[in-house]
Write a protein that binds this ligand. Structure first.
Ligand SMILES: [Zn+2]
Ligand SMILES: [Zn+2]
Length: 201
């Protein structure tokens, strides 16, 4: 599998993330990245079209994040990771679908004299749920990540988000360096590499 077959978008930040530059893949120093602050995945930039170069003042330590991988000696095949639980709120879709709330124009809130109020009509969702609706919002369930339930899962001495671990395990030829407790987790796959932040629970 060649590098461009990897869908980097799913490692990017959600559409609601304030760091707009993380919402889509970007280029830097000969690589194309997908990153969201917990995980960063990169593939060498090919000769074809590539996303825009990330401004130098954004994530200046990005290259050094990856540098530690070379010194690791605990590389192994990526273990099998069970599928995360599916979110019941959105049935695994990651979005809720419906009709846009016209009272708040889909925002879910009002601003009034610099104060924000939740929209009473739609309970802050910005929409009225309806399977047939064309308006979508990100699933508001607390632990929902693209329709999967985020939870800690062991990887070596570390723990990391099972949603990411499951995605990485599915990459071709995936290998991992879990490191010691609290260390950055490194991984490689055919045509690319990545870093994953451990979590405490
Ligand atoms: Zn959900
Ligand atoms: Zn509303």
């Amino acid at each position: 599998m060649s590098a461009p077959d990897i869908n980097l978008q799913r490692f990017c930040a959600r559409a609601s993330d304030l760091r707009s530059y993380l919402r889509a893949p970007f280029s830097r120093d000969g690589y194309v990245y997908g990153a969201n602050g917990h995980i960063a995945v990169r593939v060498p930039r090919g000769d074809g079209e590539a996303p825009a170069e990330l401004a130098a003042d954004k994530i200046p330590h990005l290259a050094s994040l990856f540098a530690g991988a070379a010194a690791r000696t605990d590389w192994r095949d990526f273990p099998a990771i069970p599928a995360p639980e599916r979110c019941r709120r959105c049935s695994g879709a990651g979005v809720l679908r419906g009709h846009r709330c016209e009272a708040c124009e889909g925002k879910g809130e009002f601003e009034h004299f610099d104060e924000e109020y939740e929209c009473k009509s739609c309970e802050g969702n910005g929409l009225f749920e309806n399977e047939a609706g064309v308006f979508t919002i990100e699933c508001p369930a607390a632990f929902c990540k693209g329709g999967a339930i985020s939870d800690g899962h062991a990887i070596g001495e570390n723990r990391a988000d099972i949603v990411y671990l499951h995605q990485i395990a599915a990459l071709p030829g995936a290998r991992v360096s879990p490191g010691s407790f609290g260390d950055t987790i490194y991984f490689t796959f055919t045509g690319g590499e990545g870093v994953l932040m451990p979590r405490r629970t």
